[in-house]
Design a protein around this ligand. Structure first.
Ligand code: ZN
Length: 454
């Protein structure tokens, strides 16, 4: 025993510095892991208005198990927004994939918007040929994923939308890949569209993911929009279309939750291009059209929380309809492509302007033993009382999850130690942080060998 401890090297300054550096590294990798997934399934439900969905969720959640699950297990809001000026399918979907407003916001540069105002593009048109000509090529979330050597998919059920998007990013019209290895100009690896048949879109999507799981997938479900136009946005037919949509969503959630290539490493992000009221949705001044739901579900996404609580630079607009110059921006469907990229740990679409900032904090800060929200003198005092504990938990000083309260844990704590006021009266008698860290380190160097021998 004596020889053992005598041979053990003293805790020297260099070793401590190394441990502190290791602590910093651990923290940054913990933070990155908390916010990234390997795959995102981005679902756009065409014409999904808030009134019907909320009514179903409130009155008969058993009829909408898919949406119920998104709410119970993830983040959600019923108060996101469409584009400010347009509440139609093609312009809003182009915003989703490009991260840009439809038209130039007043006072902003002419390179901010994508410029696709038509809801019925000609069969030869591309986003680049009829969009904002000041931009030339208009990159998308498909470019951002594909050009990094990752797989993409687009499964849809509305031809005038799907064909236009697919054409814009195919082998002929997609831009050369100048990022890293050349993955070719075709930005969308798997493409499927059958007008009016979202069941086929989802069935083919799941089959394609079985064959080749992709990093980013956009799945478009048309049913509510077509039912809304055929009847209206409050009709039984519309309600049935939302129920049918729920069944498709449930199938995707079941697949993503159980397939080995997706389970535990996939986020599902669901929103819509526009809502609807009465028999239409084209008036951007109508609340039922510009007010839309949004859902985020996946590992590290807290359950049952307001979507806005996870966004650092987005604010619930209440009843307002903020334009793109408003200091507090709402979450918009045009944010969701870049949100998908953020979830994947990738930078936003090149040149895009709608860039929501995710701020997930699923775990306490390493060192925050008492989970007060900050690491302070009391945490350090508590840690000193547990140092060397084997079989330790968070409460007894294990922050890196190795089951022991070690110098690495102290380093994590020290890195996060704030000089803010103590979080409890007990801490008032504890010395100021710099002195205490030195004192604790000295104590550690003395007591460590005997603790480690056990
Ligand atoms: Zn429509």
């Amino acid at each position: 025993m004596e020889r053992n401890s005598a041979r053990r090297p003293r805790v020297g300054a260099y070793r401590l510095a190394g441990l502190l550096a290791a602590g910093i590294f651990l923290i940054s990798s913990v933070a990155a892991n908390a916010q990234t997934v390997e795959r995102v399934v981005h679902i756009s439900v065409d014409g999904l208005n808030v009134a019907m969905l909320r009514g179903l969720l409130d009155d008969s959640p058993e009829l909408v198990p898919g949406f119920s699950r998104l709410i119970d297990e993830g983040a959600y809001t019923f108060n996101a927004r469409t584009d400010y000026n347009y509440t139609t399918t093609v312009p809003n979907h182009v915003s989703m994939i490009t991260g840009r407003p439809v038209v130039q916001p007043e006072g902003q540069p002419d390179t901010v918007h994508h410029g696709i105002t038509t809801n019925g593009p000609a069969q030869s048109a591309t986003i680049h040929s009829i969009g904002n000509l000041a931009l030339g090529y208009i990159p998308s979330v498909f470019d951002a994923v594909h050009d990094r050597g990752l797989g993409t998919a687009f499964f849809a059920s509305k031809t005038r939308l799907a064909a236009f998007v697919e054409r814009s990013y195919n082998a002929q019209y997609g831009a050369p890949d100048t990022l890293g290895a050349d993955d070719g100009r075709d930005k969308i690896d798997d493409y499927f569209n059958l007008d009016g048949d979202s069941d086929a879109a989802v069935t083919n999507f799941l089959a394609a993911m079985d064959a080749a799981p992709r990093t980013y997938s956009l799945v478009h479900i048309v049913d509510p929009d077509y039912a809304g136009h055929a009847s209206d946005w409050e009709s039984d037919e519309y309600r049935d279309a939302v129920l049918a949509t729920d069944e498709r969503v449930m199938r995707i959630l079941d697949y993503v939750g159980s397939d080995a290539d997706f389970a535990g490493k996939t986020a599902v992000l669901l929103t819509t291009d526009h809502g609807g009221a009465g028999e239409n949705h084209t008036d951007p001044l109508v609340g039922g059209s510009y007010t839309i739901p949004a859902f985020l579900w996946g590992p590290d996404i807290p359950a049952g929380v307001d979507f806005y609580s996870l966004l650092a630079n987005r604010t619930d607009p209440g009843d307002a309809r903020p334009d793109y110059n408003a200091p507090q921006q709402p979450l918009r469907n045009g944010d969701t492509g870049n949100l998908a990229l953020a979830l994947l740990g990738l930078p936003p679409v090149s040149g895009s302007s709608m860039i929501p900032v995710l701020s997930l904090s699923p775990d306490p800060i390493p060192g925050d033993i008492d989970r007060s929200g900050s690491v302070d003198r009391l945490d350090l005092a508590l840690f000193a009382g547990h140092f060397g504990t084997t079989g330790a938990t968070w409460e007894t000083g294990d922050f890196d999850g190795d089951g022991n309260a070690t110098l690495v844990d102290l380093a994590l704590l020290q890195t996060n130690l704030t000089h803010a006021a103590a979080d409890s009266p007990q801490a008032a008698s504890v010395p100021e942080p710099p002195a205490l860290v030195l004192a604790t380190l000295a104590a550690v160097a003395i007591v460590a060998p005997s603790r480690w021998r056990r």
